[in-house]
Design a binder for this molecule. Structure first.
Ligand code: UDX
Length: 439
């Protein structure tokens, strides 16, 4: 199969490299010349474990190529994937579809032979209809099927998620379209991934509903964590206790500082708008978003409480800034409102992150950055563990206590156990578990 992938962002680059790895002939297209030039030099614009090696291997095997000009790759393609960005539109939270529609117009003009045009970007229900209208208007004679094939990959685990998905959703009623996409994904049948064929609008809604449900699960356990703290229960055991019920499932029940990232906040916001546009209200999803926003802000108050109520003049060392480990992505990271809140309350903030410092400087230019977590902790009145990087999972606790001015640890990811922190002499606060205080 010949594939053109429009957009070399997260989804486009990972999908393009993985499709090439399946044995397909893939050309990734991006308007950004510097990005394409970098890819030609073998430089990957995003941090994703394993992606550089996957790209290099497939470029070497001549199955993967990059260009700024979509004309030839689209003309040659059996399938053209639209994987351009759909950011939140400033001001109203709707998904901004400018890039998707511009891509559709450009693709339309270059189509030859039967082609399936596939939206992989997360797009509001009905976008496929509009993409089809644009293509037919621009090129009335095009032999084209427009399908939806949403992507469910997580940053940091993107290649594994792409190659071992729980399911593949193909949204088109057209048999020829279903066949092409079925052939493209056939290598995954070895990994037992079921392909679900459905209508285009249903596929579009599946993506939003999946993200909103997962965001709801996280927000639910976060609220239970707040209650657990008040009543002296342990939220991690509660999560295990409910998660063992197959109807609930154990995943996405890890309490923390609130969800962030490029998908959950943006997609829940967009889904609420889609509902409103269709005279419906998704009150649960609206609450999830509001509760999550409040939670991120509340984390700074939690730190203030841990240091005795007053942050003025206190030095706070923040460990982990990215919205989750194994990525340098700072989009909607809980660390941003946390650090801003700490600064507002008069704290001096310094931070460490294994890979996210350069991105973090753009969001949080006013704090001090350290290359080493122990240097960052030296002289601090408290440590706040915000992102559960492996580097923070087995720290030398005695050394940490030694270098700190006061042994206070606020662990927003429940990485450590209260009893072990107490044994090492820390004052320890976590999420949804009893506080601990060492001697
Ligand atoms: C998510 C979806 O998982 C993926 O299917 C979709 O395609 C894109 O959005 P991603 O944003 O990369 O992927 O990260 P994910 O691992 O899902 O985490 C999202 C946020 O939720 C992070 O801030 C994470 O820390 C938080 N989270 C996740 C929790 O707080 N608790 C959990 O139990 C799980």
């Amino acid at each position: 199969m010949r594939i053109a992938m429009i957009g070399t962002g997260y989804v486009g680059l990972v999908s393009g490299a993985c499709f090439a790895d399946f044995g397909h002939q893939v050309t990734c297209v991006d308007k950004d010349e510097s990005k394409i030039a970098a890819l030609h030099r073998g430089e990957i614009p995003i941090f994703e474990p394993g992606l550089d090696a996957l790209v290099a291997a497939n470029v070497k095997a001549k199955r993967l190529d990059f260009t700024t000009d979509l004309k030839q790759p689209v003309a040659d393609a059996d399938a053209v994937f639209i994987a351009v960005g759909t950011p939140s539109r400033r001001g109203d939270g709707h998904a901004d579809l400018t890039y998707v529609y511009a891509a559709a117009r450009e693709i339309a003009a270059c189509l030859t032979g039967f082609t399936v045009v596939v939206t992989k970007s997360t797009v509001p229900v009905g976008t496929g209809d509009e993409v089809e209208r644009i293509i037919r208007e621009t090129n009335p004679s095009a032999d084209v099927v427009v399908a939806s094939n949403p992507e469910f990959l997580r940053e940091g685990a993107a290649i594994r998620d792409f190659k071992w998905p729980d399911r593949i959703v193909v949204g088109t009623a057209d048999e020829r379209g279903r066949k092409v996409l079925g052939d493209i994904y056939r290598p995954l049948s070895l990994n037992q991934a079921p392909i679900m064929y459905t209508a285009r609008r249903t596929a579009e809604l599946i993506k939003y509903a999946a993200n909103a449900f997962l965001a709801t699960k996280i927000t639910f356990i976060n609220e239970v964590a707040d209650l657990a703290e008040k009543v002296g229960a342990d939220v991690q055991e509660v999560a295990r206790g409910i998660g063992l019920d197959n109807r609930i499932g154990a995943k996405f029940l890890h309490a923390g500082p609130g969800f962030g990232g490029s998908c959950f906040p943006k997609d829940t916001r967009a889904l609420i708008k889609i509902a409103q546009d269709n005279d419906t209200q998704l009150r649960i999803v609206e609450s999830v978003l509001a509760v999550n926003d409040n939670r991120k802000r509340a984390m700074a108050r939690k730190v203030a409480h841990a240091v005795g109520g007053n942050l003025r003049g206190k030095t706070i060392a923040v460990l982990g800034l990215t919205f989750k480990p194994e990525t340098d992505d700072m989009r909607e990271a809980p660390s941003i409102p946390l650090v801003t809140g700490l600064l507002d309350m008069g704290a001096k903030v310094r931070a460490h992150d294994p890979v996210g410092i350069e991105q973090a400087k753009k969001e949080l230019p006013e704090i001090a950055y350290y290359d080493d977590p122990y240097d960052c902790a030296t002289g601090a009145d408290a440590i706040v563990l915000v992102t559960e990087w492996v580097q923070y999972r087995a720290m030398d606790l005695d050394r940490l206590k030694e270098v700190m001015a006061h042994p206070v640890v606020v662990d927003l990811r429940n990485v450590y156990r209260p009893d072990e922190m107490a044994a090492h002499g820390f004052i320890y606060e976590s999420v949804g578990r009893p506080s601990a205080k060492g001697a």
